[in-house]
Design a protein around this ligand. Structure first.
Ligand code: NAD
Ligand code: G6P
Ligand code: MN
Length: 433
């Protein structure tokens, strides 16, 4: 049977994953699932682990669920490792969002200043996990869901010789499903050529049954208020002429860059009201865990769909299944570029539609991004590369450089003020500084 190890097992997303394994059991016969967490997450791990056991029992499947704080034991002989942890928990996310906002800068926990700090906290831990994997399960695949997924994948590619890593995000699958809804067709009839970076991905073409419907989808997207396909970001339509001239589908996170003023105003309102996304999620999470405690509950509760990561199990489990069965279908993942997108370094992580084989993802060679997108994509890529370098070296100037070149940060002075405050606020989770 297959052994799966999930690090950050106490996450409220775990029932998503369980549902995915249950639904695909015939193709992907998982025999052991090891959920790993740390002391601070022990209570959540127990609650969600027991719900996982009830879900599996209800489905009548022979999947053993192990709950542990011993990561090395959990990794021993694993076939697939998934990561969904949050160093510093939601309290740290709140600081990632609020400290920049105090200085009228969008925090954004993935590609903004918040994302830099989430990366600085996460990268040392992921590099430790990779070291453990090389010792305890060298043949396993690492499916990293932990944000900032682009910077984290970049760090593994550039600072280790471990290559069996795939970064995963639910945004592309969310866009596919949103487009399918818009066209009122089944999801499996839609294919999108995705290319770009994590949370900075473009749909270069859209096919319905293999025929391009890009222009129609662009019209529909700009006519309606459906530019957002994830729950954590409110959708606002872009100017029709802008998207027509761009000639590609955008992702919800593009609003931070192409509607910076509106997004900042929106976030500042929440800052004042104490309702930034971290605060909203804290409340959602405690409601979810109250539900999870119910001994009669043996399904994924519908409230989980209010989290931004909805459909993540579909993305993760279909990816693992295609590697396991050598399916060679096309899925969007974060993997090494190797020339697939022109202008991005070969050794960098890109988010791109790829053929999924038993040897991992083979990116489609999609060539040039639209001219209008190239500059921003490279800017974010440079931010990810320098951010990863700062995380590995603990060098202050490198961190200041990363903060300063982030497109959401207006000046070097503001960058320094935010950097210094955040370094202090997050000190306990930044051993390298
Ligand atoms: P969460 O706050 O519930 O954290 C998950 C668990 O991680 C907690 O139980 C916590 O105790 C544990 N943890 C913290 N540090 C750990 C460590 N060093 N080792 C092992 N476990 C540790 O987080 P969440 O809201 O469920 O999100 C989990 C992660 O998934 C986050 O990093 C989030 O950004 C990411 N995420 C990614 C996507 C995507 O599209 N890639 C979507 C949703 C969430
Ligand atoms: C989206 C993104 C994730 C992000 C999540 C936040 O789906 O793809 O990378 O972490 O939303 O959701 P949350 O409910 O935590 O705000
Ligand atoms: Mn994501």
């Amino acid at each position: 049977g297959i052994k799966i190890t999930t690090i950050g097992g106490g996450s409220s997303y775990t029932p998503e994953l369980i549902e995915g394994f249950i639904n695909r059991y015939e193709e992907l016969p998982v025999s052991e699932l090891w959920l790993v967490d740390i002391e601070a997450g022990k209570e959540k791990l127990d609650i969600v682990g027991n719900l996982a056991r009830r879900m599996i029992q209800k489905a009548g499947l022979p999947i053993e669920v192990h709950l542990t704080l011993d990561r090395q034991k959990a990794l021993k002989d694993a076939d697939f490792v998934t990561t969904q942890f949050r160093v510093g928990l939601l309290e740290a996310r709140s600081k990632d969002e609020r400290i920049p906002l105090k200085h009228a800068v969008i925090g954004q926990e993935t590609n903004g200043p918040g994302g830099l700090f989430k990366g600085l906290r996460t990268i040392p831990v992921i590099l430790d996990i990779v070291r453990d994997m090389k010792e305890y399960c060298p043949d396993a695949w690492l499916i990293n869901f932990t944000n900032p997924a682009g910077m984290v994948t970049e760090a593994i590619l550039r600072y280790t010789d471990f290559r069996k890593v795939i970064g995963l995000c639910n945004v592309p699958i969310g866009i596919e499903m949103g487009v399918a809804r818009l066209l009122d067709v089944d999801h499996d009839r839609i294919r999108i050529d995705f290319a770009g970076l994590n949370h900075m991905v473009y749909g270069l073409d859209v096919y319905l049954d293999g025929v391009s419907v890009k222009d129609r989808v662009i019209e529909l997207l700009s006519a309606e208020d459906t530019s957002s396909f994830v729950k954590n970001i409110d959708g606002q339509a872009f100017e029709q002429g802008f998207i027509r001239a761009l000639g590609a589908l955008t992702c919800p996170y593009h609003q931070f860059y192409y509607k910076t003023d509106e997004m900042l105003a929106h976030d500042l309102k929440n800052y004042e009201a104490g309702t930034t996304r971290a605060e909203v999620v804290k409340k959602l999470e405690s409601e979810l865990f109250e539900r999870y405690k119910d001994p009669d509950l043996a399904i994924k509760p519908p409230q989980l769909a209010e989290r931004g990561g909805a459909h993540y199990s579909d993305a993760a489990v279909r990816l693992i299944t295609s590697i396991y069965t050598d399916k060679k279908d096309i899925q969007p993942v974060n993997t090494i570029n190797n020339g697939a997108i022109s202008g991005i370094p070969d050794d960098s992580a890109v988010e791109i539609s790829s053929l999924i084989t038993k040897d991992g993802p083979k990116p489609l060679v999609l060539g040039d991004l639209p001219v209008a997108a190239q500059g921003l994509v490279m800017q974010i890529k440079s931010f990810e590369r320098i951010g990863a370098e700062a995380a590995v070296t603990g060098n202050y100037d490198t961190a200041l450089l990363a903060m300063t070149i982030n497109p959401l940060v207006p000046s070097d002075k503001v960058a320094k003020v935010i950097l210094d405050e955040m370094l202090e606020a997050h000190q306990e989770h930044l051993p390298q500084f």
